[in-house]
Design a protein around this ligand. Structure first.
Ligand SMILES: Cc1cc2nc3c(=O)[nH]c(=O)nc-3n(C[C@H](O)[C@H](O)[C@H](O)COP(=O)(O)O)c2cc1C
Length: 356
């Protein structure tokens, strides 16, 4: 029987275990021009015993930023700062992918430089509010990307993916989940286009397929992953019948052959099983849990073959040596929500590891 503590091959490397640190935004990019700091390097290096770390969401371009103090990968200063982070992770024996996160319509002009406005698949605003320096504000109607805009957005992701490799990342995860730009193209209530990128499932999946394909062409499919969350309502998305869309997406990706698919699990395990059947690469599961975070109970998804790797969010945030704790059966530090986003080293680099 395979367990989470068995090795697995990914991105041309042998990972020592199947435990993934899930991508988590921490809003602490206090370096020049939204670059990570030495504290970021320390935070990720502390967690290097993961089989794989997926970084916090990183905007591939200025307009892709949806939250305060999130880092980018579109300037040379950012590349240099990320190099410090990847060196620290590698020095501690780990591997790290960069999550490219373009938030699309989830954002606000006041968070963006140079008079930029959020963009989206269609000119449809998300219901809800965003936190800005002046308090909560309604989401705005995004600028619908035209064909040239789509091409430019794909090119921004390709440039950021190349930057990630220059900065020493082991690969790139395209964020196609949780209501952000790629997901906005997939979902029928945020994508009401009538051109080649909207309408039936294959057309709604086209942007994701083109984007992942272009990133894979640039840095290699073995270094390219995709995160999806079929049916996830975050960001005011509605996907009443996600199956056909995600099957079309996987069909489109067959030619590309990305290294992994990272599934934020929808309500039903049946869809996870179907995705597993239809994807030949590594399947990373962020298992669905009701009213609690992923915990040791979910290790069984490796043992029963549901997934190849299992990702942990909050528990990894609070437990820098999580694989060791899982192997020993705990104990676990409790995550402190009040320090998730922004702030100093508290709740960032000061969660203790187990004593020897
Ligand atoms: C503080 C925090 C920040 C997050 N930021 C991101 C992000 O940048 N990108 C992403 O894909 N998911 C993000 N997530 C979602 C996690 O990756 C994960 O899917 C979620 O926390 C559920 O897993 P868990 O129960 O193990 O925490 C975030 C979650 C938390 C707690």
């Amino acid at each position: 029987m395979t367990t989470a503590f068995d090795p697995i091959d990914l991105a041309g490397a042998r990972l020592p275990n199947r435990i993934v640190m899930a991508p988590m935004t921490r809003s602490r990019a206090y370096g020049p021009g939204l670059a990570p700091t030495d504290a970021t390097a320390e935070y990720y290096a502390q967690r290097a015993s993961a089989g794989l770390i997926v970084s916090e969401g990183i905007q591939p371009s200025p307009v892709g930023q949806g939250y305060p103090d999130t880092p980018g990968l579109h300037s040379q200063a950012q590349v240099a700062a990320w190099r410090t982070v990847t060196d620290a992770v590698h020095g501690a024996g780990g591997r790290i992918f960069a999550q490219l996160m373009h938030t699309g319509r989830i954002g606000h002009p006041s968070l963006l430089p140079d008079g930029l406005s959020p963009v989206g698949a269609s000119a449809v605003a998300a219901k809800g509010q965003v936190y800005t320096a002046d308090g909560p504000k309604d989401f705005v109607v995004p600028v619908e990307l035209d064909e040239a805009g789509i091409e430019a957005t794909v090119a921004d992701h390709v440039a950021a993916a190349r930057n990630a490799i220059s900065a020493g990342f082991d690969g790139v995860e395209v964020h196609g989940a949780n209501g952000y730009l790629v997901h906005q193209f997939l979902a029928p209530n945020s994508n009401v286009r009538t051109d080649a990128w909207g309408g039936d499932p294959r057309r709604r999946a086209r942007f994701a397929v083109e984007l992942v394909g272009a990133v894979a062409d640039a840095i290699g499919p073995h270094r390219t992953g995709l995160r999806v969350s079929p049916g996830n309502p975050l960001g005011d998305l509605r996907e009443p019948e996600p199956d056909a869309t995600y099957f079309a997406l996987l069909q489109g990706l067959e030619r590309v052959g990305p290294a992994y698919l990272h599934v934020v699990e929808p309500a039903d395990r049946a869809l996870t099983a179907e995705l597993r059947k239809r994807f030949s690469g590594v399947l990373i599961l962020n298992a669905r849990t009701e009213g609690r975070h992923t915990g040791p109970q979910e290790l069984a998804v490796i043992e029963d073959g549901t997934a190849d790797m299992l990702s942990f969010g909050a528990l990894f945030l609070a437990n820098p040596d999580l694989p060791r704790r899982l192997r020993r059966g705990g104990p676990y530090n409790t995550p402190d929500r009040s320090t998730y986003y922004g702030g100093d080293e508290r709740g960032y680099t000061d969660y203790p590891a187990l004593e020897d």
